[in-house]
Structure formats: structure tokens, C-alpha cells
Design a protein around this ligand. Sequence first.
Ligand SMILES: [Zn+2]
Length: 419
Amino acid sequence: MTLPPTTLNPKRTVSELKELRALTSDVNGAQRVAWTDTWLAARNWLASKLEGLPVEHHYDAAGNNWFTLPGASEKSLLIGGHLDSVPNGGWLDGSLNVIAGLEVLRRFATEFNGKPPVTIRLVDWADEEGARFGRSLLGSSAFAGTHSIAADRGRTDRDGIKMEDALRRCDVEMDNLPNAAIEQNHAAAYLELHIEQGPVLEGRNLPLGVVLGTKGVERHNITFHGQEAHSGSTPMNARRDALAAAAKLALELRTIAKKHPDAVCTMGSLKTFPGIATAVVGRSEATLDQRDLDPGVLAQMFREAQEASQRFAGEENCTVDWSRIWSIEPVPFHPELLDLCEQAVREVSGKSVRLPSGPLHDAAEVARAGIPAVMMFVQSLKGISHNKIEDTREDHLEMSVVALNLLASKTCDWIIRTK
Ligand SMILES: [Zn+2]
């Protein structure tokens, strides 16, 4: 790996990640849950790292944390991540993006004597994880204008604290969230580096990958209705077993997903009622989560799951009904930025692969706002994330900083060339 001729210091990124971990973790992992004191401490720590750089610092109306290095052009290259974590989280999810972005910002500031050709902005999004109130991508969706205040106003955490009050404590008023959209002004491109959080890159022995986009999601409750009956007196052929129908569907989902290379279908929860050893199950409640990057594939899988549920309900003399929990369309990233990202990944690691992201990321919200966006993944060890054992090889972390820096330079040129 050859370093480009800059002041970039990827080893500093690794040591700063460890510094942040020491400041905001306990024996169970990272505790940077959004709207808590530990999260605020992490944000203050980040601000202290930018002291001495010619950057403007402010929090927007949604609590997103912006550092702006003004360039010769107002057109802005955005680099983003999130310092917030899930409870007992890992040291890299979200924070690698921010701290690698910080290193790239430093490089731009020194290489161009404080005045790069385009404006460079580092953003630490507020509440990406939604860990406390169950609302993910809060800050980036406010930025994108896709957030609905009405849907979130009534949310409370486990202790009964209202979301509205928790935000107010951090100087964010829910009614003002839409004002974060003003930060879209002059945004010309958005880059996000992230750990993969899955096993694909490790399985293919690749340090880095290009993210095609974030998969769309169909998430539903499926309820089968049969008849509760005594387990001793009810003959097998007289049963209306709501679990049998759900069990058939659970297995059929694998067939439905396997027709497509990157699709996934999961029955993550199944409850039975009355749920005792001596009764045939009269009602079963299952959840379904389906994901793919192709809207056609997602629609087909949804249709096939519905048809299968009807068929199995019929076979077991049950009925079935569906209710949508949540859904989002697939968000493909910008084709020209995908090419630039692939070039950067190849130049740093010699090879590249394009893969979709199963998890959602802030980059999806930015792309939904119509801003050209792309993400780069760095390999996760064992594919584990949202856990204290989340990890990535340090040489891979360093490569990811070099690759993000290269991508930032290429994107900077692209902004000047195309706008
Ligand atoms: Zn993340």
C-alpha cells in the first residue's frame, strides 16, 4: 500500500478511535446512546479534536454536528458518520466514519493551506441508531426532509421519558427539526465510510468494498388464526393448528429468498397462544422482514410470501391476516460516485467488489434528498456488530482511511468538473 503525498495520518485515526473508546465505553462496550451525557461527552471530544483547524462549528436544528472548512467554491463535499452507538455497542460502528472524516478534513486543511477548491463539511449525525426511542436515522432524515414529527412526538424511552423532553435537554426542539434541511444548501456530494457489519468481505478476503445502495425493507406482522383445542382429545386430522401454518411459512421463506443472490427473508419472532404444552395452538403471531436492493425483487418476494401464507393457512384449515409494521424503498447510490469509489478501493487494496447494504445508513437519507451519495465498506471480523466484540483489523482500518481520502479527492475533482 503506497500513501498518497499528503499529511494524512491513518494511524492517528486508529489511536483516536481507541481514545474515544476509553472515554465512552465500559466493560460491556460503547455507551454513546444518543441524547445521553456520554454521547454529549463524545461530541465535545470531537469538537476538541478540531480546535486549531480553520473550521466553522455548529449544531443544526436536529442536533446534527457540522464542521465546515470553507473552500474556494461554496459547493460542498459532505463526509458523514455518527458518534452515537447502541447500548453495549462496538467501537467502530459510526465512529470510524466520523474520525476517518476528521483525518480527511485535516488533510484538506493542510494541503490547501486552509482553502480547498470546494467546501469540505464533516457531519456527525444525531441519533442514527434510534436505540433509545426506536426511531433510527433521526438527524439525517430531518436533514433530508423525510422525517415526520407527528409519528415521533409520542415516543418514550424505557423509563417513560418523552422523546421531546430528551431532545430539549440537548437543545433540540422537535417542532424545529425540519429546519435542518437548510444544511442541504450547496451540498454537491456525500461520502460515508462504514464497517460492513456482515461477513461478506471477510469471506472473500477483501479489505474494502463499494456499497451499491441500501436494501429496501418490507416488515410485517403475520397472524394465523386456528382453533385452540385439547392436546389429548383432538385427533390429528381434526386440528386447526396455527403454529403448523406459521412453521411451514418460516421454512418456505428460505426458498423465496434463495431465488435471488442478495435477498434476505427473516421470520424473527413467532409467538403462540395459548402457548402451553397441553393445547393445540389457536393463534400464532409471526414477524416477517424482507430486504433487497431491487424493488422488483422485493415486490416479488412480498407477493410470494403472501401467497404462501394463504396456501399454508388453507392446508391447516386456518386463516391468516397481515399488517405492515414498516417499509422503505431501496436506495441506490450515485453511479458516477460508485465508479470513483471503485477506483479508490482498487488503488488502495488492489481489488474491489460491489455489494448492497442490508442495514440502513444515514447515506440513504442523504441520497433520498437527491444529493449524490456513496458508501465504502471496510471488512468486519466475523461479521459481528452492535456488540462489544465488533472489530476490524487495524491495517484494514488504516487502508479505509487512505481509501476514503482518495475518494474525497476524486469526488472533489468530480464536483468541480461536473457542476
Ligand atoms: Zn452505523
